[in-house]
Structure formats: C-alpha cells, structure tokens
Design a protein around this ligand. Structure first.
Ligand code: DLZ
Length: 201
C-alpha cells in the first residue's frame, strides 16, 4: 500500500510579484507535457502572471543545469540593461514563449506586460527512465548535483523537477496519469522559495 506520510505540508504563498523560469527536457515528451502543465497551472493558481512565466526547452536532462545557469544569468543582464534601452540576449526572456534556440538566433521580442526582474526561482523539469545501460545513473547523478550547484552558486532557488524512475508506469503515475501530478508540487515550491528568498535577503 502506498504511504500516506510522504510529501511536505503545503504552504500557499502569493506569487503575484514573482517571475519564474521553467526549463524542460524534450526526452519522454508524453510525460514532460503533463508535468509542465501541472507546474504552470499551479504557478498561475498562486497568482504568478502568465507573462512572468518563461518556458524554455533543451534536448535532454543532461542539459538542464547549463540552461538554468544561462537563463538566470540572462535575466540578471536583462534587468541591468533595461534602463539603458539597449536590446540584449536577456531581452528574449521577456517573452513567455521563447526557447533556447531563440536566444541564439533572434534579435529580441520583449512583451510589454512582462517583468524584467531576474527570476525569483527556476524550475528544471526532466524525466529519466532507467534503461539497459549505465546512462541513467550517470545522467541522474550529474544533473542532480549540477542543479544543486547552480542554485547555490547563483543564490537562486532551483526546483528539482526531475523524475528518476525505473519504468514508464512509474513516470506516468507521477505525471498525473493515474496518480498525483508532481508538477503541481514543483510550482508550489517555486512560489514558496521565490517569496521566502526575498525575505531571507
Ligand atoms: C541519452 C539519454 C538517455 C539514454 N536517456 C535520457 C532520459 O531518459 N531522459 C532525458 O532527459 N535524457 C536522456 N538522454 C539524453 C541526455 O540527457 C542528453 O540530452 C544527451 O546525452 C545529449 O547531451
């Protein structure tokens, strides 16, 4: 029987003043999609404005730590340059629909209602499903350490939205397909950490 003791006692905070980054891997997309939806729905439910949720993607979970690092740094640059008016790569983060490919190739598409403050938290979403080789172990270990390191080095909350599961059924059950959608927990954690981080400063 599944344990009823797992998980934090939820705290809901007002996310209306926050700007949240999400980066997701594109491996195992059928699991990623509901996790991403659960995450976004919870952020919106906590009051985070749609324009202040920036979603980008990378090929696989391995790429999540570098993407979080670059997204956060770009959001800092964007704030620093917003008073000068000069467009930078960071301006691309003003749109809630940009992708990492756009960061490299486009010339800037800020949305007028979007905040230019640095991200208050970044959520990294990936799904690692154990296969027959050692890939799973190497990627899971490196990504979890990488995400922790990026968060501590930059001083920004990085939410660990990476499922490390043994099979497809375990992944589905954690993505709201016959079970609880863990994306909701990640959205809630990002809002709580984003609000508390400001208070801890
Ligand atoms: C290579 C690989 C494998 C075997 N499995 C997964 C997986 O289950 N989930 C995931 O997000 N990514 C996987 N990848 C891809 C790596 O994360 C990475 O994108 C590639 O090795 C390129 O660096």
């Amino acid at each position: 029987m599944a344990s009823t003791l797992k998980g934090p006692t939820p705290q809901e905070h007002d996310g209306s003043g926050l700007r949240i980054g999400i980066v997701h891997a594109r491996w195992n997309t059928t699991i990623i999609e509901p996790l991403l939806k659960g995450t976004k729905d919870k952020l919106l439910g906590c009051g985070v404005k749609e324009a202040n949720i920036v979603v980008q993607s990378v090929p696989g979970s391995w790429e999540l730590p570098i993407a979080v690092q670059r997204m956060y740094t770009a959001s800092q640059i964007q704030q620093a340059s917003s008073s000068s008016g000069a467009p930078t790569a960071g301006d691309l983060l003003g749109s809630s629909t940009t992708d990492l490919t756009a960061l490299a190739s486009s010339s800037g598409t800020s949305s007028s209602s979007a905040s230019t403050q640095p991200f208050d938290a970044v959520i990294a979403i990936g799904v690692l499903i154990k296969g027959e080789t050692m890939h799973f172990e190497y990627i899971a270990d490196a990504v979890s350490h990488g995400l922790m390191r990026v968060g501590l080095d930059l001083g920004v909350p990085v939410v660990f939205g990476v499922l490390t599961v043994l099979n497809d059924d375990q992944a589905k059950a954690r993505a709201g397909i016959g079970g609880h959608n863990h994306g909701e927990d990640w959205g809630l954690a990002a809002v709580e950490l984003g609000v508390k981080r400001a208070a801890w400063a």
